[in-house]
Design a protein around this ligand. Structure first.
Ligand code: COA
Length: 144
């Protein structure tokens, strides 16, 4: 078990994990490859038995960090992996000079909202009918 940053060759595995979780961002293989190549981005991966089972992607610029994508394989959920990824990402963002971390989440995504709340994030705003013209988006954030 270990945490590590994603490499370009991880893009197919990350895209596959994302497909198992409909509520993730759906970047696809090209999207992940682009983020790995972007100096402002970082994708943290959690490995078990040599295979990635969860990831968290963020961008950091001008002291502001935004979490853009997060998913854990269904078979590996509820084992603390999402929390470990998020806690690690917050520590790393702080060490790299971030003062705030924000993200956007569908108001109906209760597991993710519960995870973010457990990690100390709070509701900072709301975009009405943001998803498919029906569900609101919550903007959640934390001052580091
Ligand atoms: C959200 C997600 C990453 C959580 O990953 P996970 O590894 O299962 O989370 P953890 O086991 O670390 O759980 C940490 C906390 O999250 C919350 N949580 C996780 N799954 C939950 C569920 N099914 N129902 C309610 N709360 C849940 C709980 O607060 C939990 O703390 P607890 O164990 O003390 O109750 C995972 O469910 C996922 O991939 N979801 C689909 C993709 C997604 O929604 N991404 C975020 C888009 S904004």
């Amino acid at each position: 078990m270990r945490m590590r940053p994603a490499l370009a060759l991880d893009a197919p595995r990350l895209a596959w994990i994302e497909q198992t979780q409909p509520l993730s961002a759906h970047w696809g293989e090209k999207g992940f490859a682009g983020e790995v190549a972007n100096a402002a981005s970082r994708i943290w991966c959690w490995e078990e038995n040599g295979e990635i089972v969860g990831f968290l992607a963020l961008r950091l610029a001008a002291g502001m960090c935004e979490i853009l994508n997060l998913a854990v394989l269904p078979a590996s959920c509820r084992q603390g992996i999402g929390f470990r990824l998020l806690a690690h990402a917050l520590r790393d963002a702080r060490a790299r000079g971030a003062e705030t971390v924000t993200l956007e989440v569908n108001v109906t995504n209760l597991p993710a909202i519960s995870l973010y709340t457990k990690a100390g994030l709070a509701e900072w705003g709301r975009r009405e009918k943001f998803y498919n013209g029906t569900d609101d988006a919550l903007i959640m954030g934390i001052h580091l």
